[in-house]
Design a protein around this ligand. Sequence first.
Ligand SMILES: Cc1cc2nc3c(=O)[nH]c(=O)nc-3n(C[C@H](O)[C@H](O)[C@H](O)COP(=O)(O)OP(=O)(O)OC[C@H]3O[C@@H](n4cnc5c(N)ncnc54)[C@H](O)[C@@H]3O)c2cc1C
Length: 416
Amino acid sequence: MDVKILIIGGGPAGLAAAISAYDKGERDILILEREDRLGGILNQCIHNGFGLHTFNEELTGPEYAARFIDEVKKRNIKYLLNTTVIRLDENKKVVALNETGVLEINAKAIILACGCRERPRGAINIAGARCSGIYSAGTAQKLVNIDGYMPGKEVVILGSGDIGLIMARRMTFEGAKVKAVLELMPYSSGLNRNIAQCLNDFNIPLMLSTTVVEILGEDRVEGVVIAKVDEKLRPIMETKETIKCDTLLLSVGLLPENELARNANIDISRITRGANVDDMLMTSIPGIFECGNVLHVHDLVDFVSLEAKKAGENAVKYVNSNDNNKYDKTIIETSGGVRYVVPEMIVKNNDLDPISLKLRVSNVFKNVYLEVMADDSVIYSKKKQVLTPGEMQSIDLKPEDVKKLREAKNIKVYLR
Ligand SMILES: Cc1cc2nc3c(=O)[nH]c(=O)nc-3n(C[C@H](O)[C@H](O)[C@H](O)COP(=O)(O)OP(=O)(O)OC[C@H]3O[C@@H](n4cnc5c(N)ncnc54)[C@H](O)[C@@H]3O)c2cc1C
């Protein structure tokens, strides 16, 4: 089949992109979703804390998703569930599978909104048998919140990102004893509000600069051996101690789900693991866009929805234009503690709509200025009391700054 705008992934990013493309006048839109319902990862996030920026309300994940699903349905935007995209090529031809068989779809523009997945145990090399009782935190969340199973009774969580923190509280609510949350780094990568509401409120200890060096047990986890780490993150074996537990939850990072992009030879960033995109959120293949967690891991869904709205609008601009986006682009350099910035490139065109740069820093910084320089002039400077790698930062540039950005030959984002 032929379609103007094809969206891969029916999570919050795919839904928001579809709605904005429709609202910009495009009617030939199709969403493909591999699960049996729309909503993405939000369906298993039954805690509240979603939508504060977008709706000024604290919604649960399913409630937030429902608002967007309703809008998609109101507009009669087409979607196919239980449909997995298995291939994408540079000519924007897509192969997908569902119970009717193999679908081949030619699209004028494609928006990749496939989300991310969790790093597994294999990625962190912990010694011990392959016993049961080891789960990624997201799998445990699905088991508890959707399937109605308890993964265990005495739990240690490795990784203090938001999923690890949320699961510490969730397991406690369900009657488990969460003995500790361990974090390799000297700081948590989770949001401060989650540390307060998910750990401190339940007296769950957060052990920083600490990791698991061995998992004990043959058939089922019986305990974990933990140790402090030095400044090079190497375990200090003299500090070893054992915590008895029957379950280890791993919350050790998320990786953008970029196999489709990689197989289509789209340029992938070594830092974000998402595609390198310009400020239209267009990848290295004209007409293929990325947004949401497949582009870079976001901490708040509100920012996912805003980014995806832009991807939807730009996909419509692309399908309606004949210039094929042949503009030059300036790469944004990062330095002085800025780990990455998205988008990575600014297009040299005349569009003066506001631009929002998203970034993360590489360490904890106090009392620094976050700045953007376009050629020789500083076009943005903001004092920040504390910056942590766990909190994504936004730099919102007004039209007059966007003009300078688009004209600049050198663009830099840095901390001073
Ligand atoms: C445990 C947890 C707690 C969170 N807590 C909060 C919070 O309190 N507040 C907040 O604002 N945010 C929170 N978030 C973040 C928020 O859920 C995400 O930012 C958001 O869901 C990302 O949206 P997305 O559409 O990019 O990805 P997803 O929601 O992951 O959606 C991607 C969709 O693409 C589909 N897909 C992938 N590959 C294919 C394929 N090949 N073919 C077809 N379909 C495909 C997937 O099935 C999925 O439905 C939390 C996330 C997690 C995991």
